[in-house]
Design a protein around this ligand. Structure first.
Ligand code: A2P
Length: 329
């Protein structure tokens, strides 16, 4: 198994290396790939030294799997070239997610859709991933009609420059602005660019990707995505209207038994999911389970996950694990 990591020097790329090591994902050879700016740089990983190569050099070596976290442009340009060389690409950018010929995968939800024909596989948006992990088992039990979600998203989702902006502001140091406004001591109801319909691209991703992953266009979704000055993970307030009525104790049991979920819901003892606790964890944390008393068959819950882990690196590595375990590469 020859594995290539494209974007190995970026924030998600670094997380990817950590997750691969922790999960003991097995490979015989590892290619660390970045832009020509980084080519030739030596990176040590797991006691070995690797020289960073360009995508062209990596394609020539025909890896079995290439994990991409190098932005949409790099993905659009290079993923097809890797695929042509016989490599299965798992892409973290939004470049291929809504392409009807490409699968959008969250292993707990729809990995069964994967076949050997899938040469470019898309990893969903971070906020969508953690939401569908919790929605899928409940959809099976009660059939979801509508979802209303508001997010509270970590600055790490915007890359290194955004983390620097937060800490520069905190120290009172002038620096580059990753956001159009101050982020420390502030809240920005703005993630990614605004569209003609008044929603941001991030909000539209949550809407469209949820339908695609859940393989059900009848689920109606509306979203407000918000950046807050936190690290560690994204939080989401989710209101779910079901077709069938539910029993709250049964909802809790379904979530507790669902793969990849940890229920943290003991309000009397101040136990609920928080980004500080989700940080560096691979699971999705769910809590504040309660009936929406304003409407029939409707549930409120709070979902938190590490956006660089389950929202990016972990989900991608889980897809790679599934491909290998099921002999799809
Ligand atoms: P480099 O470090 O050489 O610029 P982030 O999102 O944290 O900024 O990371 C982006 C990642 O994508 C980096 O590893 C970056 O490499 C990589 N990258 C950017 N452009 C290219 C390209 N044209 N080919 C390969 N990797 C690229």
């Amino acid at each position: 198994m020859k594995l290539a990591l494209v974007g190995a020097t970026g924030l998600v790329g670094e997380q990817m290396l950590r997750v691969i090591a922790e999960r003991k994902f097995q490979f015989d050879e590892l290619l660390l790939v970045a832009s020509p700016r980084s080519a030739g740089k030596v990176v040590s990983y797991q006691g070995k030294e690797y020289t960073v190569v360009t995508p062209e050099d990596a394609i020539a070596q025909r890896p079995d799997i290439a994990i991409f976290s190098a932005g949409g442009g790099t993905s659009l340009k290079y993923a097809p070239l890797f695929a042509e060389a016989g490599t299965t690409v798992i892409d973290n950018s939004s470049a291929w997610r809504m392409d009807p010929t490409k699968k959008l995968i969250v292993p707990e939800v729809n990995a069964d859709a994967l076949t050997t024909e899938d040469k470019i596989i898309a990893n969903p948006n971070c906020s969508t991933i953690q939401m569908v992990v919790a929605l899928a088992p409940l959809h099976k039990a009660y059939k979801i009609k509508r979802v209303v979600v508001s997010t509270y998203q970590s600055v790490t989702g915007s890359g290194k420059a955004a983390v620097d902006q937060l800490f520069n502001e905190r120290k009172g140091v002038e620096g580059e602005m990753a956001y159009p406004h101050r982020i420390d001591l502030n809240v920005l109801p703005h993630i990614d660019v605004f569209q003609d319909n008044g929603y941001t691209k991030e909000e539209m991703k949550m809407i469209k990707e949820t339908n695609k992953i859940m393989r059900d266009d009848s689920i109606r979704v509306t979203a407000t995505t918000v950046r807050i000055p936190t690290m560690g993970g994204h939080s989401e307030s989710v209101n779910i209207e079901f077709e069938k009525d539910f029993d709250l104790a049964e909802v809790r049991k379904i979530l507790e038994e669902a793969p990849g979920i940890i229920v943290q819901d003991d309000p009397e003892n101040n136990v609920y999911p928080m980004p500080l606790n989700a940080h560096n964890r691979d699971e999705t944390f769910v809590g504040r389970l309660r009936r929406d008393e304003s409407q029939d068959n409707t549930l409120n819950m709070w979902i938190v996950a590490d956006n660089l882990r389950k929202g990016a690196a972990t989900n991608t590595v889980q897809i790679a694990e599934y491909l290998v375990e099921n002999k799809l590469v």
